[in-house]
Design a protein around this ligand. Sequence first.
Ligand code: MG
Length: 207
Amino acid sequence: MRDEVRAWALQARGFLAESEGMALYRLAAEASRRGPVVEIGSYCGKSALFLGEGCRSAGANPTFTVDHHRGNEEQRPGGPYFDPEMWDAETGTPRTLAELVGNIRHVGLEDWVVPVVGEATVVGRALPAGKLGLVFIDGGHSAADVAADVATWAPRIGRGGYLCMHDVYPDPADGGQAPLQAFTALRAERKWRFVELTGSLGVLQRR
Ligand code: MG
């Protein structure tokens, strides 16, 4: 990974440890040779820069990063991850899309990180099954949101492709349990092989 891209990604707004970012970079470099990479939940693009740089290094498919850019409950005023600098009080909307595009341009990854603005379930339903190289689920963290993202996107991953899920916390003291519960249920399915848990990044591979 280029040093300047890693440095920019690390200072970008968002919630991702360096070890998790480097795991995404490594997995995207491998998986993007097999099919496109999709991220659910762009926010300001911190993780998308790691994924996109992985895609760039392989030179095959890009990362599509999907977000409605209305902010999820946690990021809206009163939520635990509300950032006033990322909020336009006049319009009552986040500034995350402009920040995302700016971060992609800053590191020259325009051909490798493609923002998609919309509901992840709407976007996913329009795509064929079994074609994606990697899906990284990091959207809304309620049980309903996680379940909808898994139901929509898991079938779209091809053989040998990866399903990555963020904020998988085995200890409830560390965070909400919806991602862990969804991850554990998938892991018990025959078609998924457990690969790793790096920080709170859980990774499964489709057999
Ligand atoms: Mg997250």
